[in-house]
Design a protein around this ligand. Structure first.
Ligand code: XMP
Length: 561
């Protein structure tokens, strides 16, 4: 999670950010309206990270598969192309290759890690397999006269310049190494182990770096990427929340026309932003349905009602389905079975509401033709590329099946989570919703390891609320990807006020992450843990023990079920 940094703010000022919102646009032709960068995906998660870093500089990025042809990529009219890293070696058989005609398009190209090695092999240089690669933070010597390093050459005063060579700490992760750069390229950085860490052919505007400027461990990495975007590709940073809101609203209006749409709110940021955008586009022809499953976080149903009805003036169709969900979940212990039961139950409730709405309007002019969903770009990428690794598919209660007879409106399908938050803020959605940590669709049901009952839900909900309060008080809430409580349905012995107790334990899970695909357990301060533990045991009836989960993902997942 990364809030907007000062770099971007100052950049915005520097480039007099264009908020030209007069023309109508559509999600599909976003790449034509905004300057864009095509990120060619050579696998793993590198491409997504690069695409996000580009967007953080307010430049639109799109991820394309490595099999793309020169002709196809040219159709997107990108101002620059970035070749991502990837898990393969250029010596692999077969190795993913780039259509060589792409090098001839005259569009600036930056190859990162595997991307750089590919440039070297395809344009006549040599990449060697080395026995000992370089992994982790490494010092590289770079040439201050190089075009690629220009943005930082004045920012690095120490250690003392070695002639024109400066030292930069970067993140490396390679076993192959470029040993001879292709004809026409200057070598602009090296390490004692790797003679060609960076190279450039300014004439053809092709650049390659064997380190990863997109990761936080590389000093000045974002600055280098922004140098490529603004100085080399001449992009304008126009992909701003304000411009986005306008484009998206126009696009929804174009799509829905004078018909009616329906939307299910989950309490989370994605469905809230999708709903508010759609409401802005089509007004009360959007019907917002809020199903109280009884499995939400403390205060969540009240908060959703308050924000939508009082603050944003968007009417809600509220359905209290708590009993229905609890009945359906009784005796259900298996995590996947829980997800299935909840998903089905949600669909039934939603179908009933939709039917009632259709029947209420006999003339049929309100016939609901569209379903609004908060699908995000990572979901689209995951299902659309064959090189990206597959995330486990989630049964989100907000994610309704397409066979319900509606056309889908997915206004956020080009956006990353951070961008959705930016759009949400632009739309006036309160921070409490925008910055609420992600929450699984099946709700607290998958945070009870065992059968779900109303009293167990109450226990885990209260423990979760205490943890949230304390994490917020410590100023850590927005720094963590997620922090929550899990109730284990086993009992252990304790002692309270001279009395023996035999009750449930609560697990504290807190993780840092960029995208939930990998996560590290958060090193929470002991004082904070102590307060949380004391409060949970004292305040949550039925809990007599608190334990801490210190496992990263992988091997564990973030949720316990
Ligand atoms: P895991 O547990 O797979 O979770 O590491 C990764 C992220 O996804 C969330 N999650 C879900 N979200 N429906 C959802 O909408 C689900 O069934 C679901 N399961 C996990 C989880 O909270 C984390 O952010």
């Amino acid at each position: 999670m990364k809030p907007e940094s000062d770099t971007y703010k100052s950049l915005a000022a520097k480039f007099h950010m264009t908020n030209d919102t007069t023309s109508s646009g559509s999600v599909d032709d976003t790449d034509k309206k905004f300057d864009s960068i095509a990120v060619v995906d050579f696998g793993a998660q590198y491409a997504q990270l690069i695409a996000r870093r580009v967007r953080e500089a307010y430049v639109y990025s799109l991820i394309v598969p490595w099999q793309i042809s020169a002709e196809q990529i040219a159709k997107y009219n990108p101002k620059g192309i970035i070749l991502s890293g990837g898990p393969k070696s250029v010596w692999a058989d077969p190795a993913p290759l780039l259509d060589k005609d792409i090098y001839e398009l005259g569009i600036p190209i930056l190859g990162i890690c595997y991307g750089a090695q590919l440039i070297a092999t395809q344009l006549g240089g040599i990449v060697a397999r080395t026995d000992s690669g370089e992994y982790g933070r490494t010092s590289v010597e770079f040439d201050s006269d190089s075009t690629f390093f220009t943005p930082i050459s004045t920012d690095i005063p120490s250690p003392a310049p070695l002639g024109k060579r400066y030292i930069l700490k970067v993140w490396m992760s390679h076993s192959d190494a470029i040993v001879i750069s292709p004809p026409g390229f200057d070598v602009t950085a090296s390490t004692p182990k790797a003679p060609v860490v960076a190279m450039e052919d300014v004439k053809r505007s092709i650049y390659g770096v064997q380190f990863h400027p997109e990761v936080y461990h590389t000093d000045h990495g974002q600055q280098l990427l922004e140098g490529f975007l603004f100085d080399i590709c001449k992009c304008s940073p126009s992909w701003t929340p304000a411009a986005l809101v306008d484009t998206l609203v126009h696009s929804i209006r174009d799509q829905v026309g004078d018909q009616t749409a329906i939307c299910a709110l989950s309490g989370g940021v994605d469905s809230a932003v999708a709903a508010v955008l759609t409401h802005r586009a089509i007004g009360d022809r959007l019907k917002c349905v809020f199903v109280d499953t009884g499995l939400m976080r403390e205060q969540e149903p009240i908060q959703v009602e308050k924000v939508f009805e009082e603050l944003l003036n968007i009417p809600l169709i509220k359905v209290d389905a708590k009993d229905r969900f609890f009945d359906a979940l009784s005796l259900c212990e298996d995590p996947e079975a829980k997800r299935k039961v909840i998903g089905e139950c949600f669909i039934r409730v939603f179908e009933e509401v939709a039917k009632e709405l259709q029947n209420a309007d006999k003339a049929g002019k309100d016939e609901i033709g569209f379903l609004v969903q908060g699908t995000l770009y990572p979901d689209v990428i995951e299902s659309g590329t064959d090189t990206a690794s597959t995330i486990k598919s989630h049964h989100n209660v907000g994610g309704l099946p397409e066979d319900m007879g509606f056309s889908l409106v997915e206004p956020l399908r080009d956006l990353f989570k951070d961008e959705v938050r930016g759009v949400g803020a632009q739309l006036g959605i309160p921070e409490a919703i925008i910055w609420r940590q992600p929450f699984p669709g099946p709700g607290l049901a998958v945070r009870i390891v065992g059968e779900v009952t109303p009293s167990r839900v109450e226990m885990v909900r209260r423990a979760d609320a205490i943890l949230e309060q304390e994490i917020k008080a410590a100023g850590l809430y927005e720094k963590l990807w997620q922090s929550f409580a899990i109730l284990l349905c086993l009992k252990s012995v304790g002692i309270m006020g001279d009395e023996r107790t035999y009750e449930y334990p609560v697990v504290i899970r807190a993780v840092t992450s960029e995208d939930a695909m990998t996560a590290d357990w958060a090193r929470l301060p002991f004082k904070l843990l102590e307060r949380v533990s004391t409060r949970i045991v004292n305040e949550v009836l039925g809990v007599n023990r608190v334990v801490l989960d210190i496992t990263s993902k992988p091997p564990a997942t973030i949720e316990w079920e």
